[in-house]
Design a protein around this ligand. Structure first.
Ligand code: C2E
Ligand code: MG
Ligand code: MG
Ligand code: MG
Length: 285
């Protein structure tokens, strides 16, 4: 009986230890493993040129292709990646896959096709960020693709000389900068003063309120006015309804992104979309 009791206790201890360890190491460790196994994959959401009816480009959106859980949304792992520093290897792995994907279809893409990548502030501020981007310069510029670095306004960004220099060097090398989630942060206006920004992406929370509240339409009106005065191009995100589209058309917003047009899709689906568009044809090299 004593032996049995000891055996039972040690089993219990092992079980508790197992639980404890899993609880404390699982999320970060499993994310680390997922990155190493290329389970963080790019989805692509087409961005439309509303006037020409053509595709302006795509935005790359991370998905965790989990062997059991299926596709997991970035909202549930990007914050952990940012907190743990894993965002750097995660985005590098994503970029390598995007570059490989784009190389496969580059000859079928219209010239100047935009490929937008979301970069976290903590990543952009690493000392070797420009060098990291330059690794991909050739595979993009060779095919006349434009790499657009999306910088979110959600997180506070320390505007210092290093950041200003980083963005300048990116520009010199043909990359463009988009200010993402515009209107949701506190510092958007000061970013526009201090940083060289090519595109403003109007957050979907503004687009979504078009016509629902007059005030939010007025706020949007003045944001669009401001962007125009600064000669910054606008991309509207989260376009879902005809009503929103009508407003954006009335206001001459050309670049549109949202479920009204396309949802984010895996690469195989993107190929189908590209082949169905009239402006996509095989270029003579
Ligand atoms: P974001 O960069 O502002 O991306 C746009 C988000 O809006 C995407 O969500 C997209 O799926 C969603 N969306 C697009 N059109 C519509 C629409 O018509 N209606 C609605 N309701 N939603 C729409 P997603 O893919 O879940 O990504 C969420 C956020 O996670 C992104 O917001 C971005 O901030 C972040 N994120 C995604 N991938 C990455 C990444 O590779 N690196 C980093 N640092 N952040 C990422
Ligand atoms: Mg974005
Ligand atoms: Mg956005
Ligand atoms: Mg957003």
């Amino acid at each position: 009986a004593v032996l049995f009791f000891l055996l039972l206790m040690s089993c219990l201890a092992a079980y508790i230890l197992h639980k404890y360890l899993n609880k404390n190491t699982l999320p970060e460790e499993s994310l680390r493993r997922a990155i190493a196994r290329n389970e963080i994959v790019p989805f692509y959401q087409p961005i439309v040129n509303g006037k020409a009816g053509t595709l302006r480009g795509v935005e790359v959106l991370a998905r965790w292709k989990h062997p059991q859980a299926g596709y997991i949304s970035p909202a549930s792992f990007i914050p952990l990646a940012e907190k743990s520093g894993l965002i750097v290897p995660l985005t590098q792995s994503l970029m390598a896959q995007v570059a490989a994907n784009m190389n496969l279809i580059a000859s079928k893409l219209p010239e100047g096709f935009h490929v937008g990548i979301n970069y976290s502030a903590s990543h952009i501020c690493t000392p070797t960020f420009v060098e990291e981007c330059l690794k991909y310069k050739d595979s993009f510029t060779r095919h006349d693709l434009n790499l657009v670095i999306e910088l979110t306004e959600r997180e506070p960004l320390d505007i210092n000389d290093h950041l200003v220099q980083t963005l300048n060097r990116l520009h010199e090398n043909g990359f463009a900068i988009a200010l993402d989630d515009f209107g949701t942060g506190y510092s958007g206006l000061s970013y526009l003063y201090d940083l060289h920004i090519d595109y403003i992406k109007i957050d979907q929370s503004f687009v979504g309120r078009v016509n629902a509240h007059e005030d939010s339409t007025r706020i949007l009106d003045s944001v669009l006015d401001l962007a125009r005065k600064l000669s910054i191009s606008i991309v509207a995100e989260g376009v879902e309804t005809q009503e929103q589209l009508d407003y954006l058309n009335r206001n001459d917003i050309t670049f549109l992104q949202g479920y009204y047009f396309y949802k984010p899709v895996p690469f195989t689906e993107l190929i189908k979309i590209l082949l169905s568009k009239p402006n996509v044809r095989v270029r003579v090299e």
